[in-house]
Design a protein around this ligand. Structure first.
Ligand SMILES: N=c1c2ncn([C@@H]3O[C@H](COP(=O)(O)OP(=O)(O)OP(=O)(O)O)[C@@H](O)[C@H]3O)c2ncn1[C@@H]1O[C@H](COP(=O)(O)O)[C@@H](O)[C@H]1O
Length: 106
């Protein structure tokens, strides 16, 4: 599943050198972080609106837009997707430890 996002990360990185007139990603990179961050915010709001309307198809479509724009933002920020996954894995480890600590002994 993360293979899809790994592939998208590579495509997005390759588009940095593309022509903004033919590549949406290159056009976003050309506009810079303010525009990329704005798009991410818009897609987040659209996902929330679809969810609140109980629109499952809308949630699927808007969540794809949201993840795509998040990957572009990570690219612009210079944060590898693997670092985000590593942070999630770390948290899973931490919460696993907390669960174990909370378990009654014996
Ligand atoms: N996954 C996506 C993807 N998801 C959404 N979008 C675009 O994101 C935009 C967001 O939707 P909006 O309705 O807000 O678009 P808009 O009104 O045109 O945008 P603005 O004028 O507000 O910037 C649309 O233009 C979609 O086409 C995407 N564009 C590209 N990709 C991936 O990125 C790859 C590279 O794309 P290019 O850079 O265009 O070659 C593609 O092969 C895809 O894999």
């Amino acid at each position: 599943m993360t293979g899809t996002l790994d592939q998208l990360e590579s495509t997005i990185a390759a588009r940095r050198a593309a022509d903004p007139s033919t590549s949406y990603v290159a056009a976003l990179f050309a506009k810079g972080m303010p525009k990329i961050a704005q798009k991410l915010g818009e897609e987040a709001v659209e996902t929330v609106i679809a969810a609140m309307a109980g629109d499952r198809h809308g949630v699927t479509s808007e969540a794809a837009d949201l993840l795509f724009h998040l990957m572009v933002l990570l690219g612009e920020a210079g944060v590898p997707f693997a670092d985000v996954l590593a942070e999630l894995d770390r948290r899973e480890g931490v919460s696993g430890l907390a669960e174990k600590a909370a378990r009654p002994k014996g």
